[in-house]
Write a protein that binds this ligand. Structure first.
Ligand code: ADP
Ligand code: AMP
Length: 217
């Protein structure tokens, strides 16, 4: 079984874009905590209702809710790509403990390196398929017809938290609460870094290289 991988990077770094590519090509299973939370919110579950206010403000949803949600997803044999999780040291420790308890190896983290101005540009131009989580960008990766998903032909939306003030808040939160995870994984010798400013194809290539799948094409 391939290793579980943590895609570590700021909002807008391209984690979801790369996760979808890897899932298609190599049968990884993507666990995107943002997608799971939005799905819970759309269905009006207790978790969704509890998370909504934090998400709207660009704050992190409390660790206990997130950890419980992810633990509920840790089934099956496929290698997992964690996208948008962990986001705090407490979450990273809980993930290590949960995987260890299930007899799985500890995950490797790949850090997506990219500066703030480019992140803002990516998030401001992002269009999302709320049904599948697939993302486009109005300039960098436009759909064939504006506002329409190429695959399912349904409408794309701009996420409520992809507006300027909330983007700023989310990037501040990333720097304060999630960036320490670089040190956490580096200290454990479980960190690789890639240049996330490059094109989607170039980033995919670099990602495959660091996770040792470059010859699996
Ligand atoms: P994350 O999941 O890390 O928040 P996304 O994968 O949703 O990031 O990407 C954010 C935005 O940037 C999307 O609009 C996506 O189409 C675009 N994008 C992703 N990767 C690249 C890239 N390598 N070059 C240009 N735009 C990209
Ligand atoms: P994302 O789709 O990854 O950009 O996440 C959207 C929002 O969901 C974040 O701004 C947080 O409010 C919440 N969220 C997603 N993942 C986590 C997590 N691992 N820990 C805490 N909050 C999260």
């Amino acid at each position: 079984m391939a290793l579980d991988i943590v895609l570590l990077g700021a909002p807008g770094a391209g984690k979801g874009t790369q996760a979808q590519l890897l899932c298609k090509q190599f049968g990884y299973r993507q666990i995107s905590t943002g997608d799971l939370l939005r799905d819970n919110s759309a269905r009006g579950t207790e978790l969704g209702v509890a998370a909504e206010d934090f998400m709207k403000r660009g704050a992190l949803v409390p660790d206990d809710l997130i950890i419980k949600m992810v633990e509920g997803e840790l089934h099956g044999d496929e290698a997992v790509l964690f996208d948008g999780f962990p986001r705090t040291v407490a979450q990273a420790q809980a993930l290590d403990a949960a995987l260890d308890a299930r007899g799985r190896g500890l995950p490797e983290a790949v850090f997506f390196q990219i500066d703030r101005p480019l992140l803002e540009e990516r998030l401001l131009g992002r269009w999302t398929n709320p049904r599948t989580g697939r993302v486009y960008h109005e300039r960098f990766n436009p759909p064939r017809r504006p506002g329409i998903d190429d695959e399912d032909g349904g409408p794309l939306i701009q996420r409520e938290d992809d507006k300027p003030e909330t983007i700023k808040r989310r990037l501040d939160v990333f720097e304060a609460q999630t960036l320490p995870l670089v040190e956490y994984y580096d200290h454990a010798h479980r960190l690789a870094a890639i240049d996330a400013t490059r094109s989607v194809d170039e980033v995919a290539h670099a990602l495959l290289h660091v996770i040792g799948m470059e010859h699996a094409h």
